[in-house]
Design a protein around this ligand. Structure first.
Ligand SMILES: Nc1nc2c(ncn2[C@@H]2O[C@H](COP(=O)(O)OP(=O)(O)OP(=O)(O)O)[C@@H](O)[C@H]2O)c(=O)[nH]1
Ligand SMILES: [Mg+2]
Length: 351
């Protein structure tokens, strides 16, 4: 049953039962502590709790309000559709994805006889998962020596942090990552990457501030080959002067990488801060004009109520969301799974 409905029912029952079984409102931190201690970057049951707590604010803005709208409903009428539309738009789902949700939900509900609100919420969960899953492609490695991942995005979105977390994740999975400090624009950037390198116990290739980013990547790929590293995670600057400059710089980086391997970069991940809401869509559009993007990373979901933007991105960007960030620890960067995301957002059980 949906957590939201269970809470409501428990609250309703509280007058009869002096100790109702209400789930703790601030989401269970004990699960997350355990998952972190084990250094287990796989997908365990405790990690769903972590996802759920990471999405608490977005659940407040979207999941719970949808639940309230559907409370006591078995079917959908015009006024419910209008209320749903308003709610979805307010939660950063965006116009296209909102329309798709309403159309599909109406179509599904017409075909079935539903018994209660839980069934209706279940249908909504299906529709939301379909929208996130339609073009979903999980991140995967292809054979390459080394597999080069270029990480791009505007400043402050979480590129360097994402690289650090991915390095730990990949290392735990038995790979041999190497980090490339391609953000040469900012003095502290190299130091920050070195700290992540030390934490993950992986080598970091860097040159001085103001060095040529393409030259750092050239060094990094050479070093990876020499040392048998099989993944290069390349940081890039988010703070270039303008789009033209950014385009030139990324084009040069890509050109250099292709000297080693025509297929490189094998992945280009655009990092987006979920807190920027609809602006994330504009960033996806701009960056897809300057770099051959292969996937999205949606960070800082834990700090925002705008998690609904995942639906807008899935529907409109043409790129798959491959990782999401729901906190500061390595475990908090997770492969994106549409069904788990929707379940956590709606307060349902793990799928
Ligand atoms: N709560 C939370 N914080 C995050 C997440 N991802 C990144 N951050 C924080 O966001 C801040 C910026 O992260 P960085 O990794 O430095 O961002 P960046 O894109 O490399 O920034 P520049 O190098 O300035 O372009 C840091 O304080 C991170 O700890 C996340 O998923 N959740
Ligand atoms: Mg950075």
């Amino acid at each position: 049953m949906f957590r939201f409905l269970r809470k409501k029912r428990a609250a309703e029952a509280s007058e009869l039962d002096p100790q109702p079984e209400v789930e703790a409102a601030p989401e269970a931190p004990e699960e997350s502590a355990k998952a972190g201690d084990e250094g287990d970057l796989g997908e365990g049951a405790g990690l769903f709790g972590r996802l759920r707590s990471g999405l608490a604010r977005s659940r407040g803005a979207l999941g719970d309000s949808l639940g309230t709208l559907l409370l006591g409903k078995k079917e959908i009428d015009e006024s419910l559709l209008e209320a749903l539309e308003t709610q979805l738009l307010m939660a950063d789902v965006g116009l296209e994805a909102t329309e798709a949700v309403l159309e599909r939900l109406s179509a599904r509900v017409k075909r079935r006889a539903l018994n209660d609100e839980d069934a209706l919420l279940g249908e909504l969960a299906e529709v939301l998962s379909e929208i996130l899953g339609a073009r979903h492609v999980p991140f995967s490695f292809a054979p390459a020596e080394p597999f080069v991942i270029l990480v791009v995005g505007v400043n402050g979105v979480g590129k360097t942090t994402t690289i650090g977390k991915l390095a730990q994740r990949f290392k735990a999975a038995g790979r041999r990552p190497l980090l490339a400090a391609g953000d040469t624009f900012r003095a502290a950037a190299v130091e920050q990457l070195k700290q992540w390198g030390a934490r993950a116990d992986v080598p970091v290739i860097a040159q001085g501030e103001g060095a040529d980013s393409a030259s750092v990547l050239f060094d990094a790929v050479s070093a990876a080959r020499a040392r048998g590293a099989d993944v290069v995670l390349a940081d890039t600057a988010g703070r270039l002067h303008n789009k033209g400059h950014l385009m030139e710089e990324l084009a040069k980086v890509v050109r250099i990488l292709k000297r080693f391997d025509e297929a490189a970069p094998h992945a280009v991940l655009l990092v987006l801060d979920a807190g920027t809401g609809q602006n994330a869509l504009a960033q996806a559009k701009t960056f897809s004009e300057v770099a051959p993007l292969t996937g999205l990373v949606l960070t800082k979901l834990d700090g925002t109520a705008k998690g609904g933007v995942a639906f807008a991105l899935a529907k409109q960007s043409g790129l798959p969301i491959q990782f999401i960030g729901v906190g500061e620890q390595a475990n908090d960067l997770r492969p994106f799974e549409p069904r788990s995301f929707v379940a956590a957002l709606l307060g349902a059980e793990a799928p």
